[in-house]
Design a protein around this ligand. Structure first.
Ligand code: ADP
Ligand code: MG
Length: 290
C-alpha cells in the first residue's frame, strides 16, 4: 500500500544516513528542480586553516589575541581555525563580554573594555575606514582562494586573518550527479565574490556571493516564484531562514542544533552526493506509488 511504500522509502534512506521528517518530505524531495548550497561547511570541509595573519594598526599577535577572544563563544567554522592558531602560538586569550554573532557579517564584543569586531571586509569597512592598499592586499588573498576576516579595534582596521577551506572531496562529483538528473545547482554564500568564484569554478556550480542571511532567503523566494521547487542545503549557521523557506531544508553532516530543528531532512554522512541519492530515492518511491 501507499503508506507501506513510504515507510519502506524512509527506512531505506535512514539506512544510508538520509533522515527525512516524514512522508510529505519524501514526496517533495522527488519534485526538486533546484538545489541551493551554503558554501562553508557544506560544499567545503568546513575546516578552514589560518594561512596569513596581518597586522595593520596592531601587531600580529595582538590581532590574533583579540580575534580569539571574539571567537571563544562562536560556533562558526572560522572560529575554530582562529582558536586553533591562537593555541598553536600559545597566545593567552582574554575574556569577551556581550559577545554577539551578527548573521553573515561576523562577531562583536567588548574585550578589556574595548569595542572589537571581526568579520567580512564589507562589514568591517562599514565600521572603520579601509585603505586602498589594504583592499588590494585582501583582493590578492581572495584570488588565492582564501577567505579574509578583518579585525576592527579602537575604531580602526587593526588587522586581517586569511583562512583557506578546501572543498569536500566528493563535492564536484555530487554536483555533477545532480546536474545529470537535470537539477540546477547554486551556491549561496556570505563569503567574498572572488573567493567564492574560485571555488565555484573548481566545483562547477553557479555562484551568488556576498549575501546576508536575508539575501539567501530572498533568492530562495525568487527561484520559487520562477517555478522552481527548491532544496536548500546548509549547516544552519547564518542560513536558518533560507533553510526554513525552501521547499525542503537539508542539514549536512551532524549539523548544528539550529539546522536540525529547522531542517526537513539531514544527510548525516555529510556527502554532497547524498542529496542526489535523496532525490533519486524519492523519485523511485513515488514512482512505485503512482
Ligand atoms: P557562508 O555563507 O560561506 O557560510 P557566512 O554567512 O557564515 O558564510 O559568513 C560570511 C562571512 O562573514 C565570512 O566569510 C566571514 O568573512 C564573516 N564571518 C561570519 N562569521 C564570522 C566569525 N564568527 N568569525 C570571522 N568571520 C566571520
Ligand atoms: Mg554559514
Amino acid at each position: 500500500s501507499t503508506p507501506a511504500a513510504i515507510a519502506a522509502g524512509l527506512s531505506a534512506g535512514a539506512r544510508r544516513g538520509l533522515l527525512l521528517k516524514g512522508g510529505a518530505v519524501l514526496e517533495t524531495a522527488g519534485k526538486i528542480t533546484t538545489v541551493c548550497f551554503d558554501k562553508t561547511g557544506t560544499l567545503t570541509a568546513g575546516k578552514p586553516q589560518v594561512t596569513d595573519v596581518i597586522g595593520f594598526a596592531q601587531p600580529q599577535a595582538e590581532v590574533l589575541r583579540l580575534a580569539a577572544a571574539l571567537e571563544t563563544g562562536s560556533s562558526h567554522p572560522l572560529a575554530k581555525a582562529i582558536l586553533d592558531r591562537a593555541a598553536a602560538d600559545a597566545i593567552p586569550i582574554p575574556p569577551a563580554e556581550a559577545a554577539q554573532a551578527l548573521g553573515g557579517e561576523g562577531v562583536s564584543a567588548l574585550v578589556e573594555g574595548r569595542e572589537v569586531f571581526l568579520g567580512s571586509p564589507p562589514a568591517a569597512a562599514a565600521r572603520a575606514p579601509l585603505t586602498v592598499v589594504q583592499a588590494d592586499q585582501i583582493a590578492a588573498l581572495n584570488d588565492a582562494g582564501k577567505t579574509v576576516s578583518l579585525l576592527v579595534a579602537d575604531g580602526a582596521i587593526a588587522g586581517a586573518i586569511a583562512m583557506r577551506d578546501e572543498p569536500r572531496p566528493d563535492a564536484a562529483e555530487g554536483l555533477a550527479a545532480l546536474k545529470r538528473e537535470g537539477i540546477r545547482t547554486v551556491m549561496l554564500t556570505g563569503d567574498n565574490r572572488r573567493t567564492a568564484e574560485a571555488i565555484g569554478r573548481q566545483l562547477g556550480i553557479e555562484v551568488r556571493a556576498e549575501l546576508l542571511p536575508q539575501d539567501k532567503l530572498r533568492i530562495v523566494g525568487e527561484l520559487q516564484r520562477e517555478g522552481a521547487v527548491v532544496a536548500k542545503v546548509g549547516d544552519g549557521i547564518n542560513d536558518a531562514p533560507a533553510l526554513a523557506a525552501a521547499d525542503i531544508g537539508i542539514a549536512m553532516g551532524g549539523g548544528t542544533d539550529v539546522a536540525l530543528e529547522t531542517a526537513d531532512a539531514a544527510a548525516l554522512h555529510g556527502r554532497v552526493k547524498d542529496v542526489a541519492s535523496m532525490i533519486a530515492l524519492s523519485r523511485r518511491t513515488m514512482g512505485n506509488i503512482h
